[in-house]
Design a protein around this ligand. Structure first.
Ligand SMILES: *[C@@H]1O[C@H](CO)[C@@H](O)[C@H](O)[C@H]1NC(C)=O
Ligand SMILES: *[C@@H]1O[C@H](CO)[C@@H](O)[C@H](O)[C@H]1NC(C)=O
Length: 375
């Protein structure tokens, strides 16, 4: 009798161990399968899935160590944002996590275009598509703001599992790797939460000092097209409540919506703002009269911002020249062989226009980067 009990006991113990081993092996293979599919497909996760990395430690680590880039896409800005993303991934070595807030009807076209890129490009980034949205109570925010224009103000409350990110308008192109702009984070002091560039360099053509009827940052205001945000710090600050308060107080006096709001915020919290110079947000204003951005004159622009539709229209054709070169590049040949010559040709063709006269500003950083790559 006693023997039988012991025998039964051992039998169950052994079965349990065997089952456990089977379970472990199974888990391992699942993980492998997951990892393989991750690297073979362009990585898209919809907003219904959890807004975060996979449960794998590797995923979490990758998430933490990646560069996070965010854009807000509405109306006819779909194609522009694809070219923007292309410029980001072509020059950057680090893994990029891209957070795209877009109107629902644009989702499938964005997906189709990104998913059509070759594997050697898509393996270096993943993207997450969200509908434009608001933090809770969302009805209240919606009544206060227009959907797309103000989305960037709420990113800290929506992407709560992201520490820091680079937000850019869709009319932006990168002429140097994202690691470069990202490295400004390490220069923030302990109070600084956001980095932006001045809205202008010279008093007599600037906007805020001449026309603004509300408080703004510094002498000439700041531009909200290229923003580094430490979301962790913003979430710990009074950002959201202050923004609402300032909106109520100044909305009748504002012209540029959320950019004005950010100017008002940093007027009252100047110690929270890190200013990077104009070559990190280079606009037509910097070259349409005389070339006023010193850093760009010297070494070229890092980030182009073709506001007032200059990536598409004929107003400052140097911007469109760069845009077209990125748009046409088809991932086939090396950048040095096909992209760079095309960029230089496009710029040469507009060398007589005001911004085209300083064409080196639009090509120097790229040429420098590709030359280093060759070595
Ligand atoms: C976007 O690009 C596609 C293909 O390149 C083109 O058919 C479409 O008209 C473009 N859309 C806009 C809004 O420019
Ligand atoms: C953002 O701020 C938090 C809190 O101070 C800090 O731990 C984190 O390293 C910062 N992120 C970056 C990218 O500098």
């Amino acid at each position: 009798m006693r023997r039988r009990v012991i025998y039964k006991f051992w039998l169950s113990a052994i079965s349990l161990v065997v089952l456990y081993l089977l379970y472990v092996v199974r888990q391992r293979t699942d993980q492998n399968v997951q990892r393989v599919t991750l690297t073979e497909k362009p990585r898209e996760r919809t907003e219904d899935e959890r807004l975060g990395p996979t449960e794998l430690d590797n995923g979490a680590k990758l998430w933490r160590n990646s560069i996070h880039l965010s854009i807000v896409v509405c109306g006819d800005r779909g194609n522009e944002s694809i070219t923007l993303i292309k410029s980001a991934v072509l020059l950057t070595k680090s893994y990029i996590v891209i957070h795209i807030f877009a109107e629902g009807e644009l989702h499938s076209s964005l997906q189709n275009q990104l998913n059509s890129w070759p594997h050697h490009i898509t393996k270096n980034f993943e993207y997450h598509l969200y509908r434009t949205k608001y933090p809770e109570p969302s009805q209240e925010w919606k009544l206060l703001f227009k959907p797309c224009a103000s989305q960037r103000l709420f990113i800290p409350s929506l992407l709560t599992n992201v520490d820091s990110l680079l937000y850019v308008d869709t009319d932006v192109l990168f002429l140097s790797p994202l690691e470069k702009i990202w490295s400004h984070f390490s220069r923030f002091n302990s109070y600084q939460v956001i980095a932006m560039a001045p809205d202008n360099e010279v008093r007599h053509t600037a906007w805020y000092n001449r026309f603004a009827k509300h408080p703004y940052y510094g002498e000439l205001g700041v531009n909200s097209g290229v923003i580094l945000m430490n979301l962790t710090r913003i979430r710990a600050s009074t950002w959201l409540t202050s923004i609402i308060k300032y909106h109520k107080e100044y909305k009748s006096k504002m012209t540029y919506g959320d950019q004005d709001l950010m100017n008002i915020y940093f007027h009252f919290h100047p110690d929270e703002l890190y200013i990077y110079p104009c070559e990190w947000n280079y606009r037509p204003d910097h070259c349409m009269y005389t070339s006023v951005c010193e850093g760009a004159n010297r070494d070229g622009a890092h980030v182009l911002h073709g506001n007032r539709r200059t990536m598409q229209n004929q107003k400052q054709r140097a911007f469109k020249a760069v845009y077209s070169a990125f748009k046409e590049y088809d991932f086939q040949e090396k950048l040095m062989i096909s992209f760079l010559p095309m960029l230089l040709r496009n710029l040469e063709a507009v060398a007589k226009t005001p911004c085209g006269k300083v064409g080196h500003i639009f090509s120097k950083r790229v040429a420098q980067f590709l030359n280093q790559e060759e070595k």
